[in-house]
Ligand binder design. Structure first.
Ligand SMILES: [Zn+2]
Length: 498
């Protein structure tokens, strides 16, 4: 059997001003990888594509490798980028007997609220009966079209996402089992009127840990695939929020029962999915106290309003300004996105003192507060091409790329200034530029939950800091226009069924 494999993956933050063009999907190349080159890059990696390739080859199928297009989260996808990616995948669909797709599930384009649904509509127009398996991120916002137009859908069970490859392996295996006549795929889905807060979605914590354990327990009991999607609230579309997809072997009533059970459990826990805000000054004071307390390792400050892996500009400076003002010393921060500042640092050279306007370059019209550059004077400590091999399992086998980068030493604070958006979940991001994170008194990361993969065990305490950014944890800073209402916690909702 000829098995097509392709990726079109983007988590769209509709409040983000960061442009999402084809270059962002291309990882620094002219176009996204495709064919033999993509196969060589992704085979054996911990990615969804790696999982698909592994299963398709192990089961003796001929792999027809399509486009591998994944972009870091940012604003709505430009139409020409979307048209290009769809065109490549529709062409692939016409040349294979089954299709394995790595989609995110929260893609919004300039024209379409449901990018994945639109892709599937186009595939179905020319390939109505093609078996299609879809692997989705846990932050997928599920729509009727995604479920109706796919043969099988499944999603991650972990956040941080450390089961991307095994999710794709499950999708492929269950599809192939059905095509071999061993099972009969029966898929049901439903959603609840709730927007779980991303900071409360980690699967190490209540309530999502128990929800994912229950989903996996249903799979262990014989369901083919059970996925609870916590959703992505910053994609302001009608269907944003929590949903469940259950796939059983020919048992429609069983699938419906699983969906209802998980939705009920999530709804009962809805208040535990709400994030409690803390003023920045309080967080800074707490960080100082924690640094005095016994225990090894740095205190980690999370600048989580500006997380690049949720669409942040990665260039806001409020938390950095507070750190400098509070006089914290022995600090390493990752990072500030500012290609212009990197250029100035390169021009000045290592060891030179520079004064520059750092960050705050990208206006954020979706927010009422303004992002401003921070005028700083510092010493250029190190310059780098910014590429390093992943050192955590989540990105096994892949090269991380933060673009041309430099370390700017501002008093006791070393700031990594980068020219590509990258979430710092891998301690390699510091080590690649000569900073040993465990040796510092404080670390500052622009991250929300993924930092846990590489940093949680290295630090003695974590302080969440309310800075500035388009993945703000304070929903009152945003104007939701499209999500269905009423929805918890934006509105008071008494019943899951409205
Ligand atoms: Zn995600």
């Amino acid at each position: 059997m000829r098995v097509g494999i392709a990726e079109m993956s983007h988590e769209t933050n509709t409040f983000s001003p960061v442009v999402t063009d084809l270059a962002r999907f291309s990882g620094g190349r002219a176009q996204p990888l495709e064919g033999a080159k993509a196969l060589a890059v992704y085979r054996g990696t911990g990615s969804c594509l790696g999982g698909y390739i592994k299963v398709a080859e192990a089961r003796g199928h001929e792999v027809v490798m399509g486009i591998a297009a994944g972009a870091p989260p940012s604003g709505p996808v430009e139409d020409d980028a979307f048209e290009y990616m769809c065109g490549r995948i529709v062409a692939l669909a016409g040349a294979c007997d089954a299709l394995l797709l790595d989609l995110h599930g929260a893609m919004v384009t300039r024209t379409y609220d449901d990018g994945e649904g639109e892709l599937l509509r186009r595939i179905r127009a020319s390939a109505p009966d093609l078996p299609i398996a879809v692997a989705l991120d846990m932050h997928a916002n599920i729509t009727e079209d995604i479920v109706r137009l796919s043969t099988l859908v499944t999603g991650y069970h972990t956040y941080p996402h450390i089961d991307m490859d095994s999710t794709a392996e499950r999708a492929a295996n269950k599809l192939f089992d059905a095509l071999e006549g061993n099972t009969q795929i029966c898929m049901r889905w439903g959603n609840a009127p709730m927007l779980p807060h991303v900071m409360r979605q980690g699967t190490d914590d209540h309530p999502n840990r128990a929800l994912q354990e229950q989903a996996m327990a249903f799979e262990a009991e014989g369901a083919l695939a059970v996925s609870l999607f916590t959703g992505f609230p910053h994609a302001d579309i009608h269907d944003a929020g929590l949903s469940v997809i259950a796939v059983t072997d020919g048992d429609a009533a069983g699938a419906e029962r699983i969906v209802e059970t998980l939705l009920d459990q999530a709804w009962d826990d809805r208040h535990d999915f709400v994030y409690a805000l803390e003023p920045l000054e309080t967080s800074m004071a707490r960080a100082c106290e924690l640094a005095q307390s016994p225990g090894d390792g740095p205190v980690l400050l999370l600048d989580h309003y500006d997380n690049t892996a949720s669409g942040g500009t990665m260039d806001t400076t409020d938390v950095l300004a507070a750190v400098l003002e509070a006089g914290l010393d022995d600090v390493a921060m990752f990072g500030i996105y500012d290609p212009e500042a990197v250029g100035m640092m390169q021009a000045a050279g290592i060891g030179a003192e520079v004064t520059l306007e750092l960050g705050g370059k990208l206006p954020m019209p979706a927010l009422s507060r303004e992002s401003r550059p921070l005028r700083v004077t510092g010493r250029v400590k190190l310059l780098s091409e910014g590429r390093f091999p992943a050192t955590v399992a989540m990105s096994r086998g892949l090269t991380m790329d933060m673009g041309h980068s430099g370390v700017l030493s501002i008093g006791g604070v070393d700031v990594v200034v980068v020219s590509r958006h990258i979430e710092p979940f891998d301690p390699g991001c510091f080590r690649a530029v000569g900073i040993e994170p465990t040796a510092r008194r404080y670390l500052v990361l622009k991250s929300r939950i993924h930092y846990r993969v590489g940093f949680r065990d290295l630090v003695k305490a974590i302080v969440e800091c309310a800075g500035l950014g388009v993945c703000t944890s304070d929903y009152s800073e945003l104007t939701f226009e499209h999500v269905r209402r009423p929805i918890f916690p934006l509105d008071g909702v008494n019943s899951r069924r409205g």
